[in-house]
Design a protein around this ligand. Structure first.
Ligand SMILES: *Cc1c(COP(=O)(O)O)cnc(C)c1O
Length: 310
């Protein structure tokens, strides 16, 4: 395949050698719409966990990397769109820990084109990129597509799109545990829903989790079902008190509206905190709208999970 392959396994790569900053810090903000209602706003700074594997990407990948190392798997194959934070984090983990990484990218129309900055970063970290047409990408779990990938790449450990499998959901329970007793409502932006599935399972009895999908469902119950299935796979059944609010995707993944941009610019100005725009800005926009609607009781505390950085 024209690549250097490892001939003898080295020492087992240990994700904790990367020194994650855990538990991640919690920062309280005074922000008008919350303060006016007597609601405390806390930011759970998961974006500070690790510079190359920020936020939920650390929490979801760490147990997968540990399992791969324990099984002696040295090649990771995973899936993502052309701007996937998960592909970038996996590529970085491969570089830092000595895994070979293969990124299957949605859309073969991108194959002949120059790499965008996100994919260029993956390639610079040593990830081998493979562009798959959208029809087969959607069927990535089917045996024939799987077999074709094995024919092409040999043995690999497969991590699903967004990194969301049962190990990932289990890894995210720690996020919930770190927030026990800290807030009444904990909110997170959702792509695949793996983070919400684990977060809700880790929270304490009187806390609730709130997810803001950033993808336009079209199928309203699709993400809710995915979260439920992940909880069943990871924990044997439903866990915790969680729900989704589907009003703040702003047109879909990586889409934005003038209202969202105005909100995010003003929030950044008020607090000097740059916001990641695909997920985190939509989360805070949604929470701020809910606060204005009186959705949170006076005297209660809301924690927003800052899952990434710009
Ligand atoms: C991947 C990602 C998410 C979504 O996590 P899921 O577990 O897929 O729902 C949220 N925020 C950021 C910054 C991300 O990179």
């Amino acid at each position: 395949m024209g690549r250097v392959t490892r001939t003898a396994p080295g020492p087992q790569p240990d994700p904790h050698s990367l020194r994650p900053r855990l538990p991640s810090p919690v920062l309280e903000l005074t922000d008008g719409p919350f303060a006016r209602r007597g609601v405390r706003l806390l930011l759970k700074r998961d974006d500070l966990i690790h510079p190359d594997l920020p936020g939920n990407k650390w929490r979801k990948l760490e147990p997968n990397l540990r399992a791969a190392a324990a099984a002696g798997d040295r090649t990771l194959l995973t899936f993502g769109g052309a701007y996937s934070n998960h592909l970038r984090a996996t590529a970085a983990a491969g570089r830092l820990l000595g895994f070979r990484t293969i990124g299957v990218v949605r859309g073969d129309e991108l194959a002949g084109r120059p790499l965008n900055p996100s994919l260029a970063r993956c390639a610079a970290d040593g990830m081998r990129l493979y562009f798959l047409d959208r029809a087969r990408y959607r069927r990535a779990a089917d045996p024939d597509v799987r077999a074709a990938l094995h024919d092409r790449f040999g043995a690999f450990r497969l991590i699903p799109e967004g990194g969301s499998n049962s190990l990932a959901a289990q890894g995210c329970t720690e996020l919930g545990r770190e927030l026990r007793g800290v807030a009444d409502t904990v909110a997170v932006a959702c792509g695949t829903g793996g983070t919400l599935a684990g977060l809700a399972a880790g929270l304490g009895p009187r806390q609730r989790a709130l997810g803001f999908p950033v993808l336009k469902g079209g199928r309203p119950h699709f993400l809710g079902r995915a979260v439920g299935e992940l909880q069943t796979a990871a924990f044997g059944g439903p866990r915790g008190d969680w729900r989704l609010d589907d009003r703040f995707h702003c047109g879909g993944y990586a889409r934005r509206t003038p209202e969202l941009d105005a909100f995010a610019d003003a929030f950044e100005d008020r607090h000097g905190l740059p916001l990641e725009r695909s997920y985190v800005a939509k989360l805070l926009y949604g929470l701020t709208t809910l606060a204005g609607e009186g959705a949170f009781a006076p005297g209660s505390a809301v924690a927003a999970v800052i899952t990434g950085r710009p």
